[in-house]
Design a protein around this ligand. Structure first.
Ligand code: MLC
Ligand code: AMP
Length: 499
């Protein structure tokens, strides 16, 4: 079998697939150049046979052609995040067992020592320009594992979520159908490309549809507003924090600018919010500014998207709608029984969209399923026939800016600092970020402690979005009778905390 997503590119030919500040690339360009990437990766073998290929590239055409090239060569794509410090990148390279890292000259200094320590080969993306005629590309089963995305969980370091080509295809197809993607669509991509929101919902849904994906290197509020004006966008998708930042920029601008920007939103047919709860205030403000009633949907790395408000029909603020086509959803209580409407329960999901396994973690994979249903850890309620997300069943998972972070992982790293005796990390509510990462620190005696210096050190170890922004110092951490930190109680100590 061939990869359906990629085969479809043949019919879109000279249509623009990728638009970047550096230039525009057609579907033919993407098809041919990803073939060259695949042939260079294969070298003299006939199939990468699920070899892991990590790649650290900017959000532009190079990223897309390498992702497709890895898939076409039969490899597993492991996207790395451009904002991660070396230890985070090294963990993923090591954990995935990648044999190759594809990168460019901008990232070579950070990658070189990692490649040396992990004995991984580096290939510069520019090397893929070499024209190679053979070998033939392998035929792949849809069950072939295609991608590993790293996600934080309730147990220490991030887990690799494996999706097969079939999973990816069904995650795409359900959204294309539900939101009526078509060739004439044009979307702006400003999200990080190591998570499903950017990779599936934006980039590959566009490519499946023959639409145009306009890629910017990162999010900048003013630049996005300018693109609403100057690009022919029909779709925009982002996390609530981005809408919140766009609102702030609009509010800080002079009235003529505001009018101009607001008017530009009218040509967009759909604006979507997801990856974290959309505050009703943000939804209302955005409606006033842009005229768009945001379509909120719910998803997760392991399942792609599961629930969505309708494209046409009533969208209810604070609710995430109904299961997407082909996705089964149920709510289950602590005893594992399906609950009646009106009773909260854990969201469980089944369908071809659901991932195949956590990379090399069979026990955790098994534990995360109940009779074939994936246990999301999110709690919801079915009210008036639609779903509402109520929260999560673990205090150790924090969502900040749409990024999922693990309190335990952060604690594990912070505790390695010489000044820290012990610490506890929690998420505290934040109007713009959803939640902010906060830490209670117990210092070793006689320590002269500087928060800024400590934060700088933390940034050298952890992704920027995992570094705590609030802190308090305590003599001891509040613990329960079992000796576990009482995080609910701890949250009270953060009222008026220092940023
Ligand atoms: C973080 N920061 C804060 C803060 N929280 N500052 C003040 N108050 C807070 N509460 C600061 C940090 O200190 C740090 O600053 C910086 O933000 C690091 O976070 P960042 O996220 O890298 O920030 P930024 O570059 O400003 O980008 C904001 C953003 C970004 C919203 C554009 O967070 C983003 O792209 N989020 C999307 C994530 C995403 O795609 N998730 C989808 C996952 S898939 P400094 O300057 O000190 O470094 C999924 C499934 C689904 O969830 O359903 O889609
Ligand atoms: P991730 O593991 O990074 O893919 O994040 C998935 C998590 O994001 C889910 O388990 C939810 O907790 C959260 N999430 C995604 N969409 C929504 C939404 N619309 N409302 C509330 N939480 C959401």
């Amino acid at each position: 079998m061939t990869i359906h997503l990629i085969e479809r590119a043949k019919k879109f030919q000279e249509r623009t697939a990728i638009l970047t500040p550096k230039g525009s690339f057609s579907y033919s360009d993407l098809f041919q150049q990803s073939e060259q990437v695949a042939k260079n990766l294969l070298h003299s073998s006939s199939d990468l046979k699920e070899k892991r290929v990590a790649f650290l590239l900017p959000s532009d055409f190079s990223y897309v052609k390498v992702q497709w090239g890895i898939w076409r060569a039969g490899g597993i794509a492991v996207p790395l995040c451009t904002s991660h410090p070396a230890p985070e990148l090294e963990y993923i390279v090591q954990n995935s067992g990648a044999s190759v890292i594809v990168t460019n000259n901008d990232f070579i200094d950070i990658i070189k020592p990692i490649a040396k320590r992990t004995r991984t080969q580096i290939i510069l993306e520019s090397a893929f320009c070499t024209q190679i005629d053979s070998p033939e590309l392998p035929l792949l089963s849809s069950k072939r594992r295609a991608m590993i995305l790293y996600t934080s969980g309730t147990t220490g370091r991030p887990k690799g979520v494996i999706s097969t080509h079939k999973n990816i295809q069904s995650q795409i197809e359900t959204l294309v159908k539900a939101w009526k993607w078509k060739q004439d669509d044009h979307i702006l991509q400003i999200l990080p490309l190591h998570h499903v929101h950017g990779i599936i919902n934006i980039l590959n849904c566009a490519l499946w549809s023959g639409a145009t994906c306009e890629m910017l290197l990162n999010f900048n509020s003013k630049v996005v507003w300018q693109h609403f004006v100057q690009s022919n966008l029909t779709l925009f998708m982002a996390v609530p924090t981005i809408y919140s930042k766009l609102i702030s920029t609009w509010e800080e601008s002079p009235p003529e600018q505001q009018q101009f920007w607001s008017k530009a939103c009218s040509k967009i047919r759909l604006m979507v919010s997801g990856s974290a709860a959309l505050p009703i205030q943000t939804l209302k403000k955005w409606k006033r500014i842009s005229g768009h009633f945001l379509l909120e949907r719910y998803g997760m790395t392991e399942i792609g998207m599961a629930l969505s408000n309708p494209l046409e029909g009533k969208r209810v603020p604070g609710y995430v709608g109904l299961p997407l086509p082909g996705v089964k959803v149920r709510l289950v209580n602590e005893n594992g029984h399906v609950v009646e409407p009106g009773i909260p329960g854990e969201i469980q999901v089944k369908g071809p969209n659901v991932f195949s396994e956590y990379w090399q973690r069979p026990k955790e994979t098994k534990k995360s399923f109940q009779q074939g249903w994936f246990k999301t850890g999110d709690v919801a309620i079915l009210e008036n026939g639609i779903y509402k997300i109520l929260g999560r069943n673990s205090v150790d998972i924090i969502k900040s800016g749409g990024y999922k972070v693990s309190a335990l992982e952060i604690e594990g790293i912070l505790q390695t600092h010489r000044d820290i005796k012990e610490c506890a990390v929690i998420g505290i509510p934040d109007a713009e970020w959803g939640e902010s990462v906060a830490v209670a620190l117990v210092l070793k005696t006689k320590t002269v402690f500087q928060w800024d210096t400590f934060r700088k050190w933390a940034k050298s170890q952890l992704a920027p979005y995992k570094v705590p922004v609030h802190h308090i110092q305590m003599k001891i951490l509040p613990r329960n009778a079992m000796g576990k930190v009482n995080k609910a109680k701890l949250a009270n100590n953060f009222q008026g905390a220092v940023k």
